[in-house]
Ligand binder design. Structure first.
Ligand code: 5MM
Length: 341
């Protein structure tokens, strides 16, 4: 049992508090470049700070956002007036989180598959992040669906690394978010997505159990069970919601503090509708909420990029709207009328 039991449980429960979810703004250097390139913004530190601090200072964001996942650069940044972003988040009631993985790299011997690296030196990095104010962390593994993949070796290597990361986080008093993302890329059907997600989650929880990770102080960041993005006959909202909940019920122990979804390339309203449909299905063993990156940021980024100074408040409103919609979906109280209001 972790020395930090109560602290971890409290943080984990706060992350999935009713009607709240997580804002993922932990894009690594390569990913934020792609996002900025798409809206013609130069990828320099000043712009990254301006963009991310614009989101974190959106008035009232803490009503729907429990925590934000930061990148290493961001957790060390301050506003031009000297206020550290972490302090500003604390004042806004938003828990600071940190991405600690070093990215998904090719898995030797398994073409087309990846394993996430970053365990070397992780104990020391976590101790530093805890001093900087991080209350939770995130590690993302990537599972690809394709011809004859994923392999058992890929699923097991990633589950093992996720559990080692989670155990180190809890030792440091930091809540681990474990994210085994089954990618939406490809033309696979809903059943294939179900089978791969179920196998991945079962392997992950077996490893978490073997490595003494305390589930009450752990949050799962899951991908939804969804048709491949290039599938010809993609499943509708109700089917996705039912398949996802069935899969989670099969594989996720009730002791887990909560489940938050990634959006994985879904449209922003689509991601909200899926989450809402799941929560409308009734009581679950764990809270079901969101930890969206693109599905929270897409409209906000576009609005801000059109005129970073002039559109600051407008972009914040766009973000607040999506945060509120997803907060409603986390309660199963979202509707298209709310969306259009
Ligand atoms: C915000 O994007 C995160 C960082 O990705 P990279 O390490 O590839 O730069 C990403 O891990 C994100 O937290 C999750 O994938 C969820 O984001 P989406 O956009 O899928 O909701």
């Amino acid at each position: 049992m972790s020395d930090h039991y109560e602290q971890l449980v409290e943080i984990a429960q706060a992350l999935v508090a009713p009607g709240k979810g997580i804002l993922a703004i932990d894009e690594s250097s390569g990913t934020i470049k792609k996002r900025f390139d798409s809206v013609n913004v130069e990828n320099i530190e000043a712009n990254r700070l301006d963009y991310r601090s614009m989101m974190l200072t959106a008035p009232g964001l803490g009503e729907h956002i429990s925590g934000a996942i930061l990148f290493d650069e961001t957790i060390r940044q301050s506003l031009p007036d000297g206020t550290p972003l972490v302090k500003l988040m604390e004042q806004a009631g938003i828990l600071p989180g940190i991405k600690v993985d070093a990215g998904a790299k090719p898995l030797a011997g398994f073409e087309g598959e990846k394993v996430t690296e970053g365990l070397d030196g992780l104990r020391e990095r976590l101790a530093e992040y805890a001093k900087l104010g991080a209350k939770f962390a995130k590690w993302r593994a990537v599972i690809t669906i394709g011809e004859d993949i994923p392999s058992r070796a890929c699923i097991d290597a990633n589950a093992h690394a996720l559990a080692r990361y989670a155990a180190l986080c809890q030792e440091a008093g930091i809540v681990p978010i474990v994210e085994p993302e089954v990618l939406m890329d490809g033309n696979h059907d809903l059943d294939t997505s179900f089978d791969v997600t179920e196998a991945t989650l079962k392997a992950l929880f077996a490893q978490l159990y073997d490595q003494n990770v305390m589930l009450e102080g752990t949050v799962l960041k899951a991908s939804m069970v969804i048709s491949g993005s290039e599938a010809s006959d993609r499943a509708g909202v109700e089917d996705v919601a039912e398949a996802t909940v069935d899969c989670l019920l099969n594989a996720v122990p009730a002791a887990t503090a909560g489940v938050v979804f990634l959006s994985g390339g879904q449209g922003d309203v689509e991601a909200t509708a899926h989450l809402d449909a799941m929560n409308k299905m009734g009581d679950m063993p764990w809270p079901l909420s969101f930890s969206y990156g693109r599905a929270l940021q897409a409209g906000c980024l576009k609005t801000w990029a059109a005129d970073p100074k002039g559109n600051r408040e407008k972009a914040q409103k766009v973000l607040l709207h999506r945060a509120r919609m997803n907060g409603l979906a986390a309660l199963g109280e979202w509707s298209e009328e709310e969306e259009d209001a």
